[in-house]
Design a protein around this ligand. Sequence first.
Ligand SMILES: Nc1ncnc2c1ncn2[C@@H]1O[C@H](COP(=O)(O)OP(=O)(O)OP(=O)(O)O)[C@@H](O)[C@H]1O
Length: 263
Amino acid sequence: MERSVKESVLKVENVSKIFSREEGSFGQKKLVENHVIDQVTFDVYENEFLVIFGPGQSGKTTLLKMMAGLEKVTDGIIEFGQKKISGPNPQLGFVYQSIALFPWLTVMENVEFGPKVKGEGKVERREKAQHYIELVGLGGFEERYPAQLSGGMKQRVGIARAYANNPKILLMDEPFGALDAQTRYMMEAEIQKIWQKEKRTVVFVTNNIEEALFLADRIILLTNCPTKIKSEYHVSLPHPRSYVDKEFLKLRQEITNNMDRTL
Ligand SMILES: Nc1ncnc2c1ncn2[C@@H]1O[C@H](COP(=O)(O)OP(=O)(O)OP(=O)(O)O)[C@@H](O)[C@H]1O
C-alpha cells in the first residue's frame, strides 16, 4: 500500500515570546517582562485543519500573529516555504475575530479588494470574488454594504475575502468568538463545508472545546503562560460531527481533564 507522507508547510521551532515594557518614572525605570510563549515546536501540514486550543490568555493569538509575521519572535524560528518569516506575507491570510470590512465598499468590492490591489483585471477578479461569495453562501448579497449585514454574514464576507487572496495558509483567530451561540454553531458547520469543498491549510485558534472538536483534524493543546504544548490530539471522527456523539463527548472530557485551569 502507498504511504502518504504529510508535507509540512510551516514550521514553528523552539519559539519563545517575551513582551517587555518599561515601568516607573524618570530615574527609577525598570523593565517588566511578560514571558508568554516558551519554546514551542510544531509543524503545520498541507491541507490540514489544525486547531490551537488552550486556556484564556495562554498566548494563542500571540502565537498565531507570529506565524503570520505580524508579531516578532523573541527566540526560535518560524519557517514558511523553507524561509524564515520576517514580516507579513500575502500567502498567509489572517482572519480576525472582528472582521474589519471596509464599510464604504459593497460585499463584492470587499471580496475583490485583495485581487484588485494585486493588479488582477476586472473580469478575472470579479469572477474570483463571485466564486467565493457563492462558496460562503452569500450569492444575491453582492451589492449590500457591511452595515446591512448580520454578524454571521460579515464573517462570511471576511472568509470569502481571505480565500479570494488565495493564501497558502488561512490563520483564523477566534473568528466566531464575537457571534451569538446559534450563529456560531451555524458558522462552524459552514466553515467545515467550505473547507471540504475547497481544501486549504487552516490554523484556527479557539478557547472553545466544542468548536475545536467540531472542526479539527488535529488539536494542539497549550498550557497556561508561559505557554508550552501540553498535548496533541488527532481527531478522526467523520464529518459532519455531532456535539452529542459518544466519541465526541469522550474526547471532550479527556481534553478538558487535561487542560490547565485559569483563575
Ligand atoms: N502587544 C502586547 N504587549 C504586551 N503584552 C501582550 C501583547 N499582546 C499580548 N500580550 C499578553 O500576552 C498574553 C497572552 O495574550 P494572547 O492574547 O496571545 O492570549 P490568548 O490565549 O489569545 O487569549 P484569549 O483566549 O483570552 O483570547 C497576555 O498576558 C497578554 O496580556
